[in-house]
Design a protein around this ligand. Structure first.
Ligand SMILES: [Zn+2]
Length: 204
């Protein structure tokens, strides 16, 4: 059985980025903490193809804080090597999932697949019917998340199941940027807004 790690929120080093839908009455089951190296890896991969979808796996920890609230820490992004690429869909083939499990065992022992990411060049930030199907079949844990990046408009957001289990395919959430860069943010997605006042204070 998969169990979360109980640990305090890494809030002191985190800076909150909100989407337009954060605080709009939605109740995401988990908060997402994203390390700067993982963010940077995702961005480099995302802009590497401005026409076709690319994607990969998000690796890290599933955690519980002192108040038994769940959060995930995304420490690594692994570009999928064997995806079928097209302009409107992307498939994680059997090969790529086997490959990813091998990579995690070899390099990131003890970490989990906390979700996946893919791009929507010139299409916007949402989950298609196919994306929603893929998420529920390949990433069925309630705490697993889906990140969509739109490299042309430089936007992005996380799709996170709500507490009652539903997943809204149109309303996405922001994240906490985990600082490793001496206080300098790396986030440049222009649909997210940094909450200065919440720096160092992981609010609900
Ligand atoms: Zn998609």
């Amino acid at each position: 059985m998969s169990q979360p790690i109980t640990t305090p929120l890494p809030a002191k080093r985190a800076s909150r980025w909100n989407s337009p839908y954060d605080g709009g009455g939605l109740q995401p089951l988990v908060n997402v903490f994203l390390t700067q190296p993982a963010y940077s890896r995702i961005c480099v991969h995302s802009v590497s193809d401005m026409k076709n979808e690319v994607g990969g796996i998000l690796v890290g920890q599933w955690c519980l804080d002192e108040n038994r609230e769940q959060f995930v820490v995304i420490e690594h992004a692994l570009p999928a090597r064997h995806t079928r690429q097209g302009s409107v869909y992307l498939t994680f083939t059997q090969d790529s999932l086997v490959d990813i499990h091998d990579q995690i065992d070899a390099n990131y022992k003890g970490q989990k697949i906390v979700g996946w990411y893919h791009t929507h060049p010139s299409m916007g930030v949402f989950l298609s019917h196919y994306d929603t199907w893929l998420h529920s079949n390949f990433f069925p844990e309630p705490w697993q998340v889906a990140l969509v990046v739109e490299p042309v408009s430089a936007t992005g957001g996380f799709f996170i199941r709500q507490r009652q289990g539903t997943l809204d395919p149109n309303r996405y959430f922001g994240f906490y940027e985990l600082d490793g860069n001496y206080g300098r943010s790396m986030v440049y997605w222009n649909n997210l807004r940094q909450l200065e006042e919440e720096k160092g204070n992981a609010a609900k």
